[in-house]
Design a protein around this ligand. Structure first.
Ligand code: IPE
Ligand code: IPE
Ligand code: MG
Length: 246
């Protein structure tokens, strides 16, 4: 069956977020070192970015490195950072050719200089692109993001810029790293783990969750189509009754 053809173009998720997990296990299963899994994971990134663009998805957010991932062995962290720099260098052309705007969320100041520099170069070069926004979550932790929001808003209250009674969802949204993005509609996690791992806690409040056993380096276009088709079958009630929706 042609999965792509069964996707309803009028009911596409506006924002897909993916926890790209399972690179290490993929490598281990094949008898490789973990780095090989990460390298192959970048091929899936390319595939998925490409198919999201083709489908007309407006926002794709990829969890590439968490605040907790800094606790991995030094060598693995180094490999991941190197891979980031080389992928950014390699993919700039694809981003330009496909009119994709790159963005990043997370504690970006904590990234090594080389990564930071390359990342902001690509962000700058693609800033006027408009077909899709690709956001990389790098050194990202949702709790840290929320702590920063609380700090910023507290300071504004202290300086009489915001009055406490005025604090509402939109003010919180404006202070999150994701301020320019709509809420997540569809959250995908690969590798069989069914947890959130400190990703976009506020932004997934009403997201549809899709878990698959497929390991990230094996995640191909068909798997994405499957996730979107499943998403389109769900009834998103947002607290209402089914009858109210029809
Ligand atoms: C995801 O794959 C990539 C990152 C977290 C950077 P993992 O490296 O977590 O792979 P597993 O979970 O060990 O298989
Ligand atoms: C989540 O994967 C982070 C990324 C995919 C970047 P992890 O592999 O770090 O998550 P846990 O530790 O298994 O929850
Ligand atoms: Mg993992």
């Amino acid at each position: 069956m042609d999965l792509k053809a069964s996707i309803q173009t009028k009911k596409l998720p506006r924002h897909i977020a993916i926890i790209m997990d399972g690179n290490g296990r993929w490598a281990k299963q094949k008898g490789y070192i973990r780095a090989v899994g990460h390298e192959n994971g970048t091929k899936s990134v390319r595939q998925i970015v490409e198919s999201c663009t083709e489908l007309g998805i407006e926002n794709l957010t990829l969890y590439a490195f968490s605040t907790e991932n800094w606790n991995r062995p030094k060598l693995e962290v180094k490999t991941l950072m190197k891979l980031l720099v080389s992928s950014l260098k390699k993919e700039i052309k694809t981003l330009q050719d496909n009119n994709i705007k790159l963005s990043a969320i997370g504690a970006l100041d904590t990234l090594p200089n080389k990564v930071h520099k390359e990342l902001f170069e690509v962000i700058e070069k693609t800033k006027n692109n408009s077909r899709m926004t690709l956001t990389l979550a790098l050194s990202y932790g949702s709790r840290e993001e929320i702590i920063n929001v609380v700090k910023e808003i507290s300071n504004k209250v202290k300086n009489n810029i915001i009055s406490p009674e005025k604090i509402d969802e939109s003010i919180i949204n404006e202070h999150l790293y994701t301020q320019n993005l709509p809420d997540v509609d569809l959250l995908i996690r690969t590798s069989g783990e069914q947890r959130i791992s400190n990703f976009l806690l506020w932004q997934i409040a009403y997201a549809e969750l899709f878990f698959t056993n497929v390991l990230w380096p094996d995640f191909a276009k068909e798997h994405l189509y499957e996730a979107i088709i499943e998403y389109q079958k769900r009834e998103r009630r947002f607290g209402k009754t089914s009858e109210q929706l029809s």
